[in-house]
Design a protein around this ligand. Structure first.
Ligand code: CP
Ligand code: NVA
Length: 337
């Protein structure tokens, strides 16, 4: 008997199902090295052969709720779902918290009846955790106060495209120990890479995230260095990364931070201490003249728009992994009947 040739779309679905046992992406801690490598190899194929995946999410609908503004994350999820043959609804939640009108569990038990996946950008990380625990469809963290996993995965995918072996590179993060720093730290730990984080005293990464990253690093061989001197952090580094001094939700601290953070500005003098081939990274939006100068942002070593492009490929890989094919949590059992 001659069997039907397997299509590239079917192959893509099978590959995704094989690499992604988790049900949600709330934190990088949800992933192991095999899952991250799987996302990166799927993203590589999505980047080179997007047409192979045109129907990967056919018939699937995604709901997005954002409590904070967004350019990149919103549009890459919208373009990503459309490019995979699915559809998406965006709910602007910036005028009030997601659970202000009814409980999170009630919202979850509505959404799981209508949609195949939920994408959340929130203040409290517990909102994303809560939605993931209540909803019987996959939940993706599109940024919370604690983490920005889609960003960090796109960033390390960008570095892999540039340098190849991620275990051999050193990323120096300079600035605020925020959500982006947390997800970069956990990603570096999981894939066995080297990361240095330089922050002002009192603005370092969350202690639990650091403890978890160190525990993961014990098994993967990753190297983690937490510093306060930006020059020490960038010395010989392959990549220099910075982010806003004041993240969304901390606007009331802006004046204080503007006084403390200037020694952490990524400028030509600081970049001179990195490896000659070092790239400059920023999740964007950038605050030119604050954490980053125009010279560095616009220099040939800047890969900030490659990072922005990677958001699309990596999020498509995440969406296929969580929502594609038969890979759905709905409805295993009807606990609310
Ligand atoms: N980097 C990032 O998440 O950008 P947005 O806030 O514009 O989504
Ligand atoms: N740390 C920033 C990232 C923005 C994409 C913030 O949370 O505002």
């Amino acid at each position: 008997m001659i069997s039907e040739p397997i299509s590239s779309t079917q192959m893509a679905h099978q590959a995704a199902a094989a690499i992604f046992p988790c049900q949600d992406l709330v934190s990088i801690r949800d992933l192991g090295a095999a899952e991250i490598n799987g996302i990166f190899s799927l993203a590589t194929r999505l980047k080179s052969h997007p047409a192979d995946f045109r129907t990967a999410l056919a018939g699937k609908h995604v709901a997005m709720f954002f409590e904070k503004p967004s350019l990149r994350t919103r549009l890459t999820f919208e373009a990503g779902v459309a490019g995979l043959g699915g559809s998406i609804s965006f709910v602007d939640q910036t005028s009030g918290r997601l659970d202000a009108r009814e409980t999170l569990s009630d919202i979850a038990h509505n959404l799981e009846r209508w949609v195949s996946g939920i994408v959340l950008r929130t203040f409290a990380h517990s909102t994303v955790q809560g939605m993931a625990s209540y909803a019987r469809v996959p939940v993706i963290n599109a940024l919370s106060d604690l983490e920005h996993p889609c960003q960090a995965l796109a960033d390390y995918f960008t570095l892999q495209q540039r340098f190849g072996n991620l275990k051999k590179i050193c990323l120096a993060y300079v600035g605020d120990g925020n959500n982006v720093a947390h997800s970069l730290l956990l990603t570096a730990a999981t894939i066995g890479s080297k990361i240095r984080i330089a922050t002002p005293q009192g603005y370092g990464p969350d202690v639990q995230i650091v403890a978890d990253a160190k525990e993961i690093a014990r098994h993967t061989g990753a190297t983690i260095e937490l510093l306060t001197d930006p020059r020490e952090a960038v010395a010989g580094a392959d990549a220099i990364y910075t982010d806003a001094w004041t993240s969304m939700g901390h606007e009331h601290e802006e004046a204080e931070r503007a006084r403390i953070f200037p020694p952490y500005q990524v400028n030509d003098a600081l970049v001179a201490g990195a490896a000659p081939h070092a790239v400059f990274m920023h999740c964007l939006p950038a605050h030119r003249g604050e954490e980053i100068t125009n010279e560095v942002m616009d220099s040939p070593r800047s890969v900030v728009f490659d990072q922005a492009e990677s958001r699309l490929h990596v999020q498509k890989a995440i969406l296929i992994s969580l929502l594609g094919g038969e890979n759905t949590r709905m409805p295993v059992r009807n606990a609310h009947a």
